[in-house]
Design a protein around this ligand. Structure first.
Ligand SMILES: *[C@@H]1O[C@H](CO)[C@@H](O)[C@H](O)[C@H]1NC(C)=O
Length: 221
C-alpha cells in the first residue's frame, strides 16, 4: 500500500485537517449505497449460535442475506448509524476497504459502537509514543499525516477478522496480526483478550458479518 494514497484519502475525507482540529463528522459525508431489499426478507438475527441482546436502537433490524444475494460487507457497513465512525475508517484504510469489497473472501468486522471510539482517551490515530518523541507537532506535515495513517490502519485492522463464520473458541489472527477468539458467557458473546462484549450482529451478508462491539479491542503495537 502506498502511504501517500492513504494520507491523501484521509485528507480528502476531512479526517486529518490537523490533529487538534480533527472532527468526526466530515468522515461520514460520503453517501452510502443502499441496496434495495424487500422487507419480507428482514428477520431478527442472533450472534453465531447464541442469543444476543435485541437491538435497542432506532436502526432497521438486521437482515439475513437472501439465498444467492450479492450484497457484501462494503455495501452494508455504512447503514448502521451507531457504528458509522468505524465504517468511515474502513473506507479510508485501503487494505480493509479492499478486503470488504472482495466477494471471494469472508470477513467478520468487529465494529466498536461510536461512543466507545469517541470516549477513548485519545483519537485512534494518535499514539502517546509519537507525542513523547515528537511533541505536539507529531501529526503535522506530510510525515505527520503518514504517521496518523499508520496508526489508524493499526486500529482498524485490529478490528477485522479474516474469517466468517467465526466459531466460538476459534482462535484467529486479525488483519493487524493479533490473536482473537470469543466466548459465550451467559448468552453474551465476549471477545478475548480484553473481555469486550458484542452488543449484537448488525449485518450478515454474502462475504461475512458485522458485529457491533460495546468497546474497542487492544490495538497497541
Ligand atoms: C463464507 O460465508 C458464507 C456465508 O456465511 C458461507 O456459506 C461460506 O461457507 C463461507 N466460506 C468460507 C470459506 O468460510
Amino acid at each position: 500500500m502506498r502511504p501517500f494514497a492513504i494520507a491523501t484519502s484521509l485528507l480528502t475525507s476531512g479526517l486529518l485537517i490537523s490533529s487538534s482540529q480533527a472532527h468526526w463528522i466530515p468522515v461520514f459525508n460520503k453517501p452510502a449505497v443502499v441496496p434495495a431489499r424487500p422487507s419480507s426478507q428482514q428477520q431478527p438475527m442472533d450472534a453465531p449460535g447464541i442469543q444476543l441482546p435485541p437491538s435497542s436502537s432506532g436502526d432497521a433490524p438486521p437482515s439475513a442475506p437472501p439465498p444467492g444475494s450479492d450484497v457484501i460487507l462494503s455495501d452494508v457497513l455504512s447503514l448502521t448509524r451507531q457504528i458509522n465512525i468505524f465504517a468511515g475508517f474502513t473506507r479510508d484504510i485501503s487494505s480493509v476497504s479492499t478486503r470488504l469489497d472482495t466477494t471471494a473472501l469472508n470477513t467478520t468486522v468487529l465494529a466498536p459502537v461510536n461512543s466507545a471510539i469517541s470516549d477513548l482517551p485519545r483519537k485512534p490515530w494518535e499514539d502517546p509514543k509519537d507525542y513523547a518523541e515528537l511533541g505536539t507537532s507529531a501529526y503535522e506535515g506530510q510525515a505527520g499525516e503518514d504517521r496518523a495513517s499508520r496508526n489508524l490502519r493499526r486500529f482498524t485492522e485490529a478490528h477485522v477478522v479474516p474469517t466468517s463464520p467465526w466459531e466460538e473458541g476459534e482462535k484467529v489472527k486479525s488483519m493487524g496480526g493479533g490473536e482473537l477468539w470469543w466466548e459465550n458467557r451467559q448468552g453474551k458473546a465476549i471477545l478475548q483478550p480484553g473481555n469486550v462484549e458484542v452488543d449484537r450482529v448488525v449485518s450478515r451478508v454474502a462475504n461475512g458479518e458485522v458485529w457491533m462491539l460495546k468497546g474497542v479491542l487492544n490495538y497497541a503495537s
